[in-house]
Design a protein around this ligand. Structure first.
Ligand SMILES: [Zn+2]
Length: 164
């Protein structure tokens, strides 16, 4: 299984994740994710409530997200339950940096890496992913790419290919 991905392909997958984020009914924050391996999308997801629940993601005053709202990465991984595909060796492309709980799900799903665009206040999930050997990239607003190093720093990544 190839662990080399073209920069421009990763950007195209990120656009897919951003399009799926638009499907979220959340008002505070719309998050989209696609799980890829090689040149294929294995599954997609966005943040939202459980099937059959009302499509309302916020408290009545709109100030907070309901704890029952499922995050995009988890919804994406759960799609594989209805598929013969496996998440093992996949790359999670997600519009927002994974939170600690989703990071644990990604570790359990045995993905090789994560690419995200928007940072999150809590870095501990990313730190855990890195400590367990996962490769993490951040796409900047100008579509250049930074790589998280195991020392904790973000370093500009100047290459036409991303390695995981
Ligand atoms: Zn999460």
């Amino acid at each position: 299984m190839s662990n080399v991905y073209k920069h421009r392909h990763i950007l195209a997958f990120m656009k897919c994740a951003e399009n799926f984020a638009d499907l979220s009914h959340a008002k505070r924050l719309q998050v989209g994710a696609v799980l890829i391996r090689g040149d294929q999308i294995l599954a997609q997801g966005w943040n939202g409530t459980l099937p059959g629940e009302p499509n309302c993601c916020e408290t009545p005053d709109g100030s907070a997200t309901l704890p029952s709202v499922r995050h995009a990465e988890v919804n994406c991984l759960n799609k594989l339950r209805h598929s013969s595909e496996t998440s093992v060796g996949g790359i999670m492309i997600v519009t927002h940096q994974p939170c600690p709980r989703c990071s644990e799900e990604l570790i359990q799903a045995k993905v090789h890496g994560v690419v995200y665009r928007h940072p999150y206040r809590d870095q501990s999930g990313i730190d855990k992913l890195i400590s367990l050997g996962k490769t993490i990239y951040q796409i900047q607003p100008d579509d250049t790419i930074m790589r998280h190093h195991n020392t904790g720093g973000l370093v500009y990544y100047d290459s036409e290919t991303l390695l995981f």
